[in-house]
Ligand binder design. Structure first.
Ligand SMILES: Cc1cc2nc3c(=O)[nH]c(=O)nc-3n(C[C@H](O)[C@H](O)[C@H](O)COP(=O)(O)O)c2cc1C
Length: 367
């Protein structure tokens, strides 16, 4: 029998009840400063709980910063203190009560840090001297855009410190009840800034060759894997292409889909169990022609050429379309982002449309 949206999926000793998953989506809804900074609120609980009650098999909580300056905006979630750890516990417990696997994305925004929330002045950069703003750090001293602050280039000691912070945050994630961690290596944030030749101009052991540019990513993976239980899986989100080299009209050199396949093999050797395959985000002006399922081919390439399990994401919205990605062997799970914002019950609606089964909460049986 072929794999459907409703076939359980096991990685290491963890089983997701189905393959309708939610990708990380920042809500920019935590307190920007003080003791509640980075602490999940009722909004985060409701947002994640609703998708769990809707039958989503696995939910990846939004990009959660490993340190205050690693937040994209001051309103991001964080996992660098006990108050945050404690507040996440309520969320993971509820998700598990619904049979949903709780996962958390851990990240560091690097040069894209210190911005407004997207709905305020289109998420403009906050200058270091503005309220709640700070000077970002990066692989190299190159700003994301002319409006962004030029980041401070990280020293080797600072890099080691961030690697440790990823491990600390992973330890807290486990303590908070998460069953998998996803390292954010995509969308132009810090790990991606090291990967791409466009943003990494370093001349030390972290820049130059492919091996040097992936060094930081592998150090983060190793540090997280060392504290993460053997029996639980580790995910990594990548931008499979910067859409620079692969655009014949763009002469900038970027990270390519072939680099991604090469990286995937390394990640697998270092204990990563699944690659979450997105694209873009490194530069503000890459040309991306988004269309239904446009990132699926990148996931498929990793699955076929590197043999690493993958989740596909990006404009997957329709039940038959989502199911075909799985039945055609192009991915192991699908992630629905904006569609799940519109419809938290998508998994159950898809089950009704496709003759599958996603149990509803007992409280709703009369409906
Ligand atoms: C409101 C919003 C917030 C997002 N936040 C994150 C994030 O925290 N981490 C991340 O890797 N991607 C983030 N993304 C990207 C989504 O995870 C997803 O890859 C993207 O929306 C494409 O999938 P879709 O077409 O199904 O929405 C965000 C997207 C949206 C719409």
């Amino acid at each position: 029998m072929s794999t459907t949206l409703f076939t359980p999926y096991t990685l290491r000793e963890l089983t997701a009840p189905n393959r309708v998953w939610m990708p990380p989506m920042c809500q920019y809804s935590a307190a920007p400063a003080g003791e509640a900074a980075g602490v999940p609120t009722d909004w985060h609980f409701t947002h994640l709980a609703a998708r769990a009650a809707g039958g989503t098999g696995l939910i990846i909580a939004e990009a959660t910063a490993v340190s205050p300056e690693g937040r994209i905006s001051p309103y991001d979630l964080g996992l660098w203190n006990d108050t945050q750890t404690e507040a996440f516990r309520r969320i993971t417990a509820f998700l598990k009560s619904q049979g949903t696997v709780p996962v958390i994305q851990l990240g560091h925004a690097g040069r894209k840090a210190s911005t407004e929330r997207p709905w305020i002045e289109r998420g403009r950069a906050l200058a270091p001297d503005e309220e709640h703003g700070w000077t970002p750090v990066g692989a190299s001293p190159l700003p994301f855009s002319p409006e962004h602050t030029t980041p401070e280039e990280l020293t080797v000691d600072q890099i080691a410190d961030i690697v440790r912070k990823f491990a600390d945050a992973a330890r807290r994630a486990l303590d908070a009840g998460f069953q998998a961690v996803e390292i954010h290596g995509a969308h132009g944030y810090l790990v991606h800034q090291f990967l791409s030749p466009h943003t990494n101009r370093r001349t030390d052991a972290y820049g130059g060759s492919f091996e040097n540019r992936i060094r930081f990513a592998l150090e983060v993976v190793d540090a997280v894997r060392a504290v993460w239980p053997e029996e639980l899986p580790l995910f990594f989100r990548v931008s499979a292409t910067d859409w620079l080299t692969e655009n014949p009209e763009d002469d900038r050199e970027g990270w390519t889909s072939q680099d991604t396949v090469r990286l995937a093999k390394e990640l697998q050797a270092h204990g990563v169990d699944l690659l979450d395959v997105s694209t873009g985000g490194l530069v503000p002006d890459a040309r991306i022609e988004a269309a239904p399922g446009f990132q699926v081919p990148f996931a498929e390439a990793v699955r076929n050429e590197a043999g690493l399990p993958v989740a596909a994401v990006g404009l997957i919205t329709d039940p038959a379309q989502a199911q075909a990605v799985l039945t055609e062997g192009r991915a192991d799970a699908v992630l629905l982002g904006r569609e799940l914002l519109r419809n938290p019950y998508w998994a159950r609606h898809a089950a009704a449309a496709l003759d599958g089964e996603v149990p509803s909460p007992v409280q709703y049986h009369r409906a």
